[in-house]
Design a protein around this ligand. Structure first.
Ligand SMILES: [Zn+2]
Length: 85
């Protein structure tokens, strides 16, 4: 995952709350006759070049790059309140 700002391209209201969706492979052994699982091994994360990110506001899921690109298109202003003159 990259240390860059995210911005949800779907709801366009969330820059803060996300989930990363990771795939795991967990090997196990089965008894050939009964079908019972006899051994479960520890899960191994499957490395992915570009992680899937889910917006926790609207549940949209997409590649990390889509969130980064949206943040680059619409960067957060440094001053959240606009001064009135
Ligand atoms: Zn969203």
């Amino acid at each position: 995952m990259q240390e860059k700002p995210y911005f949800c391209p779907n709801c366009r209201s969330n820059r803060i709350k996300f989930s990363v969706i990771t795939s795991y492979a967990q090997s196990f052994l089965k008894d050939a006759l009964s079908g019972n699982i006899t051994e479960f091994n520890d899960p191994d994360a499957i490395p992915e070049e570009e992680p899937m990110i889910q917006c926790l506001v609207c549940s949209f899921t997409g590649n990390e790059l889509r969130f980064i690109k949206q943040a680059e298109r619409e960067p957060r202003m440094n001053t959240p309140t606009t001064p009135h003159y």
